[in-house]
Design a binder for this molecule. Structure first.
Ligand SMILES: [Zn+2]
Length: 173
């Protein structure tokens, strides 16, 4: 997986942010973000990362976001490079792990106005299974973000506050 330094500007995909409806799996909302995206949690096996304890409430809140958001899933699978090589057919956690070593897509966490963190879905695995400690601003933003409270008025399945009027809805059946 591509490595990006924590807090660096997001550049993985320049086609906007695409949110998948996880309740159906076939609705997609794409828009050009008016917010700046900062990378967090794009770990690689050949780059240093920060370990350490994180608040239990942070893990719970992060898990809640991972349960309802799916951003840019069309960019494919991410495989954890910190785990042993995987049988890619399995989404089940490896023995002794809490979360799968394979993830699809990303999440968006609103921070201060105009800033959102862009993290791979694997960040949950990195935190609970490898002891990764994200930067403090990310932890604070996750703790402050209740994805079920922040839903788009027009698209209630998009659990993110900053959806512009000109967002494009696609439905694939
Ligand atoms: Zn892993």
């Amino acid at each position: 997986m591509t490595f990006y330094e924590d807090m660096s500007p997001y550049s993985y995909w320049d086609g906007g942010d695409c949110f998948t409806d996880r309740t159906t799996g076939y609705r997609f909302l794409t828009f050009e973000p008016a917010y700046e995206r900062l990378n967090v949690g794009w770990l690689s096996d050949d780059q240093a990362w920060t370990g350490g304890a994180v608040p239990k409430a942070f893990v719970e809140s992060l898990t809640a976001v991972l349960d309802v958001q799916a951003v840019n899933v069309m960019l494919g699978l991410h495989e954890c490079e910190l785990c042993p090589p995987l049988d890619m057919s399995s989404y089940e956690p490896l023995p002794g792990r809490q979360r799968s070593s394979v993830g699809t897509g990303e999440i968006r966490i609103p921070s201060r106005p105009g800033i959102a963190f862009a993290a791979p879905a694997l960040i949950g695995h990195y935190v609970v299974d490898h002891g990764y400690r994200p930067p403090a601003p990310f932890i604070d933003a996750v703790l402050a973000f209740d994805p079920m409270h922040f839903s788009s008025a027009r698209y209630p399945w998009v659990h993110f506050p900053w959806v512009p009027e000109d967002a494009v809805l696609e439905e694939v059946q």
